[in-house]
Design a protein around this ligand. Structure first.
Ligand code: ATP
Ligand code: MG
Length: 316
């Protein structure tokens, strides 16, 4: 039996917004668990709240509501030193390695910060640890890579540095936010392989945020599907891809290249999803070809059917 590492319950993140609706809710009562060594993918279209959920999980954003447990310990309201410890244990790797690295620091300085700060290593010990991390992420020879600046590296190498920096804190979990989507297609597979290797060798858990169902399926044991801030489907990756339950998941699958999915649904509208506070019912209803009156009458709770979960009145 695998052990639970993280449990998020009914997470809500609200942002103030201009215009008529004063608030938007890009994370709306999302509940999710991640086991030790497990990878859970979060998929959904642009603006569905994936990054905001990731930032809420690593606690770089204030939660408006909800609870996060790490190994059964409530971390949702941590502050100060305890919050810093949590952020060491739960790291985030971002989409754009160029933006996430400091342009005026060498590779060894970037990785040295968490090593000093979280692990309290200095001098020769820190030097050896940096080299070991560089080798672990495939940046060799480490002695040559140490002194390079981000602009002297390729996109893939920069992302490897960002991954090494995340590893430097000795994390139990990494939230990887579209870690390959800004990279050249030819080097994506190498980075995904590296992340898989780390999952396997170090037993690190992952929340893997992606647009791309194929890489979600490759990398993750389970897939969660987000639409307009809500988790509308969650289940074992193979099942979600082979037999999607939510109409939105079916649409997403039909849109993914080479899916061969025959459950394609015609889109009824292209309206951008409504994230405003006070919306009622299923957020996908305005685009759903199966919409009924009850879809917009009240909130649609996510329901479990064996090891799968779906928020849709059509699925029983
Ligand atoms: N700090 C913020 N303040 C106000 N609104 C924000 C903030 N961060 C994100 N948003 C809004 O929250 C919504 C969800 O954004 P988010 O970046 O989480 O989506 P996403 O699913 O990661 O999209 P993408 O696939 O494009 O990365 C968007 O409408 C975005 O404009
Ligand atoms: Mg994003």
């Amino acid at each position: 039996m695998s052990r639970e590492l993280l449990r998020a319950t009914d997470l809500v993140v609200r942002f103030p917004a201009g215009g008529l609706s004063r608030w938007i809710v890009p994370v709306d009562r999302v509940s999710l668990t991640v086991d030790e060594g497990e990878a859970v993918a979060i998929v959904g279209e642009s603006g569905s709240g994936k990054t905001t959920l990731g930032r809420a999980l690593v606690r770089t954003l204030r939660l408006s509501q909800g609870q996060i447990l790490l190994k059964n310990k409530d971390v949702s309201r941590l502050q100060g030193r305890a919050l810093k410890q949590y952020r060491a244990a739960v790291q985030m790797v971002f989409q754009d390695p160029f933006a996430s690295l400091n342009p005026s620091r060498t590779v060894s300085q970037q990785i040295g910060v968490p090593i000093r700060f979280h692990r309290r290593l200095t001098g020769r010990e820190a030097h050896a640890e940096i080299n070991q991390l560089l080798e672990q992420v495939g940046l060799t020879p480490a002695e040559d890579m140490r002194e390079k600046y981000p602009h002297q590296l390729s996109g893939g190498q920069r992302q490897r540095v960002a991954i090494a920096r995340a590893l430097a804190a000795n994390p139990q979990m990494i939230v990887a936010d579209e870690p390959v989507s800004m990279l050249d297609v030819s080097i994506r597979a190498g980075i995904l392989q590296l992340l898989s290797q780390l999952k396997q060798d170090l037993g690190i858990s992952f929340v893997f945020i992606t647009h791309d169902l194929a890489s979600a399926r490759y990398f993750s044991g389970r897939i969660g599907v987000m639409y307009a801030g809500q988790l509308v489907e969650l289940g074992p990756a193979a099942q979600v891809v082979a037999e999607p339950l939510h109409p939105y998941t079916r649409l997403l699958l039909a849109a993914s290249p080479g899916s061969g999915i025959k459950t394609a649904l015609p889109e009824t509208s292209q309206r951008a999803p409504d994230l405003s506070i006070g919306r009622v019912g299923c957020p996908f209803a305005p685009r759903c070809p199966l919409v009924e009156a009850k879809c917009t009458a009240s909130a649609i709770p996510i329901q479990w059917i064996a090891d799968r979960a779906v928020a849709c009145v059509q699925v029983r």
